[in-house]
Design a protein around this ligand. Structure first.
Ligand code: 5RP
Length: 220
């Protein structure tokens, strides 16, 4: 079994009948969603809210009952992946480009469980380029404003075209190398007009399930 699968499937053990569940995006969250599909087939009663169009498609394929954030007043648990996790559980997310919906859903969740393989655990965030979702309008100007915060920013592309998010925005991948103060950077980024949201998740994760060879480590 690969490390992402070990972590993703383990997180399904936190899901109980009657819960409203946020379904994350990416190759690790994939295994969680797949496992939920299997458990639903066996009789698990949950309602789920996907964090992206891709995850919604998977959930539909696996007959997972879905609802909308507007239809509920809270989410019990969301399980999602991450690109980096620091010792204080600050995260970089958005490698898959779904950071805005992921952050909205994480914020509405009573519990956020992060599923990663061991390579994602870092001492300091920033080696992974921080994804920042920006408006398509004047994105070049927004890029310059972001670079003033000390990074090199690049417009994300897919098949030679700018990558378009589920919310019709662009993503700038911002290479900071070391993010000494993630909370401060999070608020500075979100003060720039043109920035829709950034991939720093501060003080949001409650528990991290880390896939390690054949075992998992639960970090709380
Ligand atoms: C998508 C995300 C993903 O959760 C993150 O990129 C990790 O992905 P993977 O599990 O495929 O490594 O934030 O926007």
């Amino acid at each position: 079994m690969n490390l992402k699968q070990v972590a993703g499937e383990k997180a399904a053990s936190y899901i109980k009948d009657g819960m409203i569940v946020g379904l994350g995006t990416g190759s690790t969250a994939y295994y969680f969603t797949k496992k939920i599909g299997e458990l639903v087939k066996e009789g698990l009663k949950v309602k789920c809210i996907p964090t992206s169009k891709d995850t919604k498609k998977l959930a539909k394929e696996w007959n997972i009952p879905l609802t909308e954030l507007a239809q509920v007043d809270h989410i019990d648990v969301t399980v999602d992946g991450a690109d980096e996790v620091d010792p204080d559980f600050n995260l970089i997310k958005g490698g898959g480009g779904a950071l805005l919906r992921e952050k909205i859903i994480a914020y509405a969740s009573k519990k956020l469980i992060i599923v990663v393989d061991k390579t994602k655990m870092v001492e300091i965030l920033g080696k992974f380029p921080l994804p920042v979702e920006v408006t398509t309008f004047a994105w070049e100007n927004t890029l310059s404003q972001i670079e003033r915060l000390g990074c090199k920013a690049t417009l994300r592309r897919s098949a030679d075209q700018p990558f378009i998010t589920d919310n019709d925005n662009y993503i700038l991948d911002c290479q900071f190398d070391k993010i000494e103060n993630p909370a401060e950077l999070n608020s500075k980024l979100n003060q720039i007009p043109g920035v829709v949201e950034n991939g720093l998740f501060i003080d949001m994760a409650d528990l991290v399930v880390v896939g390690k060879d054949t075992t998992v480590e639960i970090v709380e």
